[in-house]
Design a protein. Structure first.
Length: 116
């Protein structure tokens, strides 16, 4: 049996911008993507803590160390600058793999800097 399990999570990232006329996606600081194990162009689920809105899009990398978390295209309507988001990716694992698996959960401060 296959199970859909959390792979990577960016917890409480702050939206730094929106670009309604970009072709789509969520731009995220490359270093945050790497820490969470989220690949560029990978499907992600986004949960807006401020509004309760939930939506799917794909991740694209912005400059490493920039702290950028920006919504593009139609997704730009789902959150405003300053909103707090949770960004998650998932993986399918067999029941045998579950016992040794641990997702990457990255918490950040108000500047989208990872907390260690």
């Amino acid at each position: 049996m296959q199970n859909v399990i959390l792979k990577g999570k960016l917890h409480r990232v702050t939206v730094t911008g929106n670009d309604l006329h970009y072709e789509g996606s969520i731009s995220i600081d490359r270093s945050l993507l790497e820490l969470a194990g989220i690949h560029e162009f990978e499907k992600v689920e986004v949960y807006n803590i401020n509004t309760g809105e939930r939506f799917e899009t794909y991740a694209i990398a912005s400059k490493a160390g920039s702290g950028v978390v920006a919504l593009n295209g139609a997704a730009a309507r789902k959150a405003m600058k300053g909103d707090l988001l949770i960004v998650c990716s998932y993986v399918m694992l067999s029941s045998d793999e579950l016992g040794t698996y641990t997702p990457a959960v990255i918490k950040v401060d108000e500047n989208n800097t990872p907390l260690r």
